[in-house]
Design a binder for this molecule. Structure first.
Ligand SMILES: [Zn+2]
Length: 688
């Protein structure tokens, strides 16, 4: 709990003539809470201004009850919302509010009027609240007399830890906790809960309707499905990190009751049609319609081929569902590669330019006949053909459904917006830019240009960046850039987000992860305010912690993408294919010097001094310290690994590796890092 106290409402006097024993039917906790309420009411003696609403807690004692709806489209959401509300109010005020079923409350001979209604109770309905026509996750927060209504559009069958559940009522509770109680969730787990301490709390006077504007707000949780619990020393810690992360995501309202899981549209096409319909597939520079050796079994398509559009529409008719009603046009995870005449014509070049492009493509393809990796780059941007293809498939599908929507990716060599093709609002484009290391200004500028350009075509956009990759567990700070870029995308009218991925380096990248979540929730709030919220969690060390992250930001500020690419190419000569966004630690030494670590430790030492005696803030500083130590030990393992490759002596490598494992096992309970992610990446080269 925090020491900061928001402005307090004066105590409120509530007349009382009843005794709790008249209606309390053996429920001890209810009885005890109500005794506390009665005691508090008897001493109250002043009135509260109307704009503060009514009192919920006075001087650490409950003076209101939580009423949960009897009927809901998903009772698990109601249970969870009531429980989250009580938990945070108790942490904030020390008061443990009773949670009553509506029938219990109604049966009270002398009802406590001051009540928070979680879900659609009779009182919610009497207040004119109707969530039935709202979108999933939409909610209402309204004060009516001495009742606060927190109700929303719920649905599904699971608990809200599952992101597919519609959880409007829970979102109403989170909105209240944020706006009225001042709660912030800095990172997963109890240590990251910023809950301002306040002895007296009022409801506020609310009249807020929030109909979910986004189809989904999604942040994929990297390595959970694919990497299991590797690296975590106990099942319990791994499980806690997983559950706490899901909880944190829900608290940031990251959830998707609509799903946009369209995936690749052409999975299985090569197996199904390689013999019967070779015309569906890309024509390579050698004239053959087959995959190149970069993506065996995984060809690009011939996007200008009418028979392909018909096949896609036929598959859509057979497979579309209520949850996934759109025609999926997403390419396989490959660049566009077709060099047939019709596809090239769609690119819109002059005949002379086209001849030149084809010449270069063929030369590159022939030179790399055995391992043709990048020949397709000579095709240049293919967005005009790609946009034409989206329109062509849409036209084909309109014969079945005139209102049809098609969805595809902007990615690889169709990332840039088309210059010659206008789309429409029944085309949805998922923007898959790379917003990761080194997240320099040029990357940001390119992203914004892509985003604005695709928006200008009239298509609707999903923000689907590859984000937060590339720093491994090394401290980094890109919060303002990432937050501002996300907010820029929202200004272009994105209809959903799907971030790939949350790598969970909570101590090393904390402020950036926090701002990435908050920017999706508050697209117009200055990122500086979000950062101030984060740093406030460190109490008197707020300025030190800001300086700590700005130190790492400054360290990498001069690194351009061009410089990085040149360096990566050089590295590739020594170790072909090893360096990618998952193996950053193999070259981290180049950027993270001993001196930089020393300075980081020195700042954290000053932070620890500043919060001496403040247990919570001290533990948060220790959390950052664990992240820094983890990075330092990782670097030591990599150094020993490099040296063992030179001289064959593996002892020092094994010993450094054991020190890292030991450190993680001893500190994993802090949840400072998703150890499964770092281990998953490290296993790619260290082979332990
Ligand atoms: Zn083609």
């Amino acid at each position: 709990m925090e020491s900061r106290i928001p402005s307090l409402a004066p105590a409120q006097w509530i007349p009382v003539q009843w005794t709790p024993l008249q209606w309390c039917r053996g429920q001890l906790h209810v009885f005890l809470s109500l005794l506390a309420i009665v005691g508090c009411m008897a001493t109250g003696n002043s009135a509260e201004p109307i704009d503060r609403g009514f009192e919920i807690v006075r001087l650490g004692k409950p003076v209101a009850v939580i009423i949960k709806a009897e009927v809901s489209e998903n009772p698990k959401v109601i249970e969870d919302a009531a429980s989250e509300l009580r938990y945070h109010l108790e942490r904030a005020t020390g008061a443990n509010l009773s949670i009553l079923r509506e029938q219990e409350w109604m049966a009270m001979p002398k009802r406590i009027e001051a009540s928070i209604h979680v879900g659609m109770t009779s009182a919610s309905k009497s207040a004119g609240v109707d969530v039935s026509q709202m979108r999933p996750n939409g909610f209402v927060m309204r004060t009516v007399g001495k009742q606060l209504i927190l109700a929303g559009k719920d649905g599904g069958e699971d608990t809200p830890l599952h992101d597919r559940v519609s959880m409007g009522t829970l979102f109403a509770v989170y909105e209240f906790l944020e706006q009225q109680v001042g709660v912030r969730w800095l990172w997963p787990g109890e240590l990251g809960e910023f809950i301002p301490r306040q002895e007296t709390l009022s409801s506020g006077t609310w009249s807020l309707t929030e109909d979910a504007k986004l189809m989904q707000r999604q942040w994929q949780f990297e390595t959970l499905p694919s990497a299991g619990k590797q690296g975590w020393s106990t099942e319990a810690a791994w499980h806690k990190h997983k559950i706490d992360t899901y909880r944190w995501l829900r608290r940031q309202r990251i959830s998707r009751s609509y799903t946009l899981d369209y995936g690749e549209a052409f999975t299985g096409y090569w197996q199904r049609f390689q013999t019967s319909h070779p015309e569906y597939f890309n024509q390579l520079p050698n004239g053959r319609r087959e995959p190149d050796s970069q993506h065996p079994g995984h060809p690009a398509m011939c996007q200008s081929e009418p028979a392909l559009w018909k096949q896609m529409v036929s598959d859509w008719k057979a497979n579309r569902t209520e949850m996934l009603p759109w025609v999926n046009c997403s390419p396989n995870d490959t660049p566009g590669k077709c060099v047939c005449e019709k596809c090239l014509a769609w690119d819109g070049r002059s005949p002379a330019e086209q001849t030149q492009v084809l010449k270069q493509v063929r030369e590159a393809f022939d030179q790399n006949a055995v391992t043709p990796l990048d020949w397709w780059r000579h095709l240049g941007p293919l967005s005009n053909r790609y946009a034409s293809y989206l329109l062509a498939v849409q036209n084909e599908a309109r014969q079945v459904d005139p209102e049809v929507t098609v969805i595809g990716y902007a990615y690889e060599n169709y990332m840039r917006p088309p210059q010659r093709v206008q789309l429409n609002d029944r085309v949805v484009v998922m923007l898959a830019n790379y917003l990761s290391f080194p997240y320099e200004e040029e990357i940001s500028r390119e992203f914004r240009s892509d985003c604005a350009g695709w928006s200008d075509t009239g298509a609707r956009l999903i923000l689907r960046p590859n984000i937060t990759y590339g720093w491994h567990n090394f401290p980094a700070h890109f919060a303002e850039r990432a937050g501002a870029d996300i907010q820029f995308a929202f200004l272009q009218g994105v209809i959903g987000t799907d971030l790939d991925s949350l790598t969970g380096q909570w101590a090393a990248h904390g402020p950036s992860l926090y701002v990435i979540a908050r920017a999706q929730l508050h697209p117009q709030k200055p990122t500086a305010e979000m950062l101030a919220d984060y740093y406030r969690g460190f109490g008197l060390a707020a300025d030190n912690v800001r300086a700590y992250f700005e130190h790492w930001q400054a360290l990498l500020s001069g690194l351009s993408r061009d410089r990085w690419n040149a360096f990566a190419a050089e590295r590739d000569q020594q170790d072909p294919g090893v360096l990618n966004f998952r193996t950053f630690y193999t070259v981290a030494e180049k950027f993270y010097s001993t001196q930089a670590f020393d300075e980081g430790y020195a700042i954290l030492d000053r932070a620890a001094l500043a919060v001496h005696g403040d247990d919570l803030a001290s533990r948060r500083v220790a959390f950052l310290h664990a992240g820094l130590r983890d990075a330092e030990l990782t670097l030591a393992v990599q150094r020993a690994f490099d040296s063992s490759r030179r001289d064959g002596d593996r002892d020092s490598f094994i010993s450094a590796r054991e020190a890292l494992i030991r450190f993680r096992a001893e500190n994993e309970g802090m949840l400072y890092s998703n150890i499964a992610y770092t281990t998953f990446c490290e296993n790619r080269t260290w082979g332990w």
